[in-house]
Design a protein around this ligand. Structure first.
Ligand code: GLU
Length: 489
């Protein structure tokens, strides 16, 4: 059984790069009928916050990533929060100390700083010089018994190469002499990432780790730790980094990066899900708009690219629009509701209302990509601001006023909602009678109905205001008749 995990540290709002890692793990586990585990790596006590964990869980759920085991739902290998597993790590650390594969490091923070400064002065790189690596074990044990504080460091075996086959990057080789002995337990007794991750991945029977390539050198340290514990390491796949359009690491400078920000901006979760899946991978058939199930069936970890993925906001917007078009009207109406409420547009939660909101949103998405922009676009249907100059210009034009008056006469006997086919039929009649055609025929009508010279195509605009006018939407949508009367007044 394939077992994968996403192991975020709740030290901030979730970055899209991390969610893409979660997503690739999710897609690969689902594709292979495996298990997907969520584990919270909250051992950095100063930076980890409960609210970030809550946020993270909500963001993952919002985008459509579910897990089979995790802190909120439990599972066979729980607890799934590292802060609740400290005893386990301590036990394993003790085992390494007893086997002389780890050692106590008594250097204080200040001392470590001083060592680094010294190294720099001598032109060496400012790294830990492993002063305590060769301390006498007996002596160290006595110092500990006396109550002296010490961190525990893993003793990296020297003069060997750590080699492993990465599913994405191929063969990887690290010279162990370049790896500094990592802290595995801090002097406070709290474990450090490189250790707890090994213990948990092995206890939780994780057999494939998909994570960012910024962890490559950690993987080398971790493989050595697995070996020293005589545990078979999992397989690894390291994903390239997500970069901004200028090829630097994606950051706030480029635009939104946190999931909550994307949600507020008006992206659909399924669009973000779709777009993130295409960061470094694409299906064989070249299709770009895919729903979750299609992505799961098409996903192939072996085809994930090792070159960095560029986050293209323009493309994401396009993907968002395509997904807006895919949702059924009623559901889209539901999704739009909070965005419209923010703009003071209210309606009863009834099927017909949701349907209309969805249809109107689809009309507006021909001109906009985001739900926020679309909700802003509703004012096109709701408020009409006639400019005096434009009214005068239109009324002074003989053909324009003729078209509008004739149109009004025919329309005034009809009940709303009037379909566009009816409008087109009336306009055809006016054309036959007056020989006025094309722009001269449609343009005055547009001005009379919308108060503007350009905007949404009338074939979409007219049915939208007509259907909306018979619903209980607030502020109410005015129908053609009302608008013409207001214009002609
Ligand atoms: N907690 C680590 C991080 O957020 C996990 C890395 C890993 O997947 O091993 O970077």
């Amino acid at each position: 059984m394939m077992r994968l995990r996403f192991a975020p540290s709740p030290t901030g709002f979730v970055h899209v790069g991390n969610v893409r890692t979660a997503l690739f793990n999710y897609l690969h586990s689902k594709k292979n009928n495996g298990i997907f585990v969520l584990r919270i790596e909250d051992t950095d006590v100063e930076r980890s916050k409960k609210e970030y964990e809550i946020n993270l869980v909500n963001d993952l759920k919002w985008i459509g990533i579910e897990w089979d085991e995790g802190p909120d739902i439990g599972g066979k290998f729980g607890p799934y929060r590292q802060s609740e597993r400290v005893e386990i790590y301590t036990k394993y650390a003790q085992r390494l100390i007893d086997e002389n594969k780890a050692y106590y490091c008594f250097c204080s923070k200040e001392e470590l700083e001083k060592q680094k400064e010294e190294a720099m002065k001598q032109g060496n790189s400012p790294v830990y010089i492993e002063k305590c690596r060769d301390l006498d074990v007996e002596e160290s044990n006595i110092r500990i018994k006396k109550g002296e504080k010490a961190a525990v460091r893993f003793k990296i075996p020297r003069n060997i190469y750590v080699e492993f086959k990465d599913i994405i990057r191929g063969n990887i080789k690290f010279d162990s002499n370049l790896l500094i002995d990592p802290v595995i337990l801090r002097s406070s007794g709290i474990p450090a990432y490189n250790f707890s991750v090994v213990i948990d991945d092995s206890i939780m029977k994780i057999n494939l780790v998909i994570r960012g390539e910024d962890h490559l050198s950690n993987t080398a340290r971790q493989i050595l730790t697995y070996k020293s514990l005589k545990i078979e390491p999992p397989e690894f796949a390291h994903l390239s980094m997500v970069m901004g359009p200028d090829n630097t690491k994606l950051s706030k400078r480029h635009g939104s990066t946190s999931i909550s920000q994307f949600r507020e901006d008006g992206y659909l979760p399924q669009a973000l899900f779709n777009y993130l899946a295409l960061l470094g991978w694409s299906p064989d058939n070249g299709k770009e708009i895919l729903l979750k199930q299609e992505l799961i069936s098409a996903f192939d970890l072996n085809k994930v690219s090792k070159s960095s993925a560029i986050f293209d906001y323009k493309k994401l917007q396009w993907v968002n629009r395509e997904h807006i078009r895919l949702i059924n009207d009623e559901e889209l109406g539901n999704v739009m509701t909070p965005f419209l409420e923010k703009r003071g547009i209210k309606f009863n939660p009834e099927k017909e209302n949701f349907k209309w909101i969805g249809q109107a949103s689809k009309v507006l998405c021909n001109y906009n990509h985001l739900l926020t922009e679309i909700s802003e676009g509703f004012k096109e249907f709701i408020s009409i601001n006639y400019s005096k100059d434009l009214i005068k210009k239109t009324k002074d034009c003989e053909t324009s006023i003729k078209v509008i008056s004739m149109f009004f006469k025919e329309i005034s006997v009809l009940d709303s909602p009037i379909e566009f086919s009816k409008v087109a039929e009336i306009l055809r009649r006016i054309q036959a009678q007056t020989k006025i055609k094309g722009k001269e025929l449609y343009h005055p009508l547009r001005i009379a109905l919308t108060g503007k010279e350009s905007g949404i195509e009338l074939k979409d605009y007219i049915p939208t205001i007509e259907r909306g006018s018979v619903l209980n939407i607030e502020p109410c949508v005015k129908n053609i008749k009302y608008r013409l009367i207001a214009f002609l007044k």
